[in-house]
Design a protein around this ligand. Sequence first.
Ligand SMILES: [Zn+2]
Length: 139
Amino acid sequence: MATSTPSDVPLQVRQLTTELADAKPMRRGSLSERTIKCSKTGCACAHDPKARHGPYYSLTHAVGGKTRSRFLTGEQADLVRQQIDAGRQFRGRVDALWEASEQWADSQLTDVSASSGEAKKGGSRRVSRRISGGKSKPF
Ligand SMILES: [Zn+2]
């Protein structure tokens, strides 16, 4: 604590870290909603799409390369939707924090190289976005 100088932290970095510290329940994965046909003979669902049963909600999430899913009630699905949303926001902020932090880090490099005259400005480089948590196949 004594070594850090908060006034040196760029505003954007400070804001993002404050926002990230705002913990809330969140999750990755995706919610799906589907209606199904049953196997009862004579049930209207076999022919009429509107007579299908449901909706049934399920949450799918990749864990260690395996896809896990579980069924949810309508109420749970509403909640899960919010949790996934919160997770998406969190991820967006993490990405933004990385960008802001790297710009900050770049400015540090510029400060150092200013004396040697080798300052090379890269402008605002975009961090390539990659959705993590998906399948990663090792060769
Ligand atoms: Zn049916």
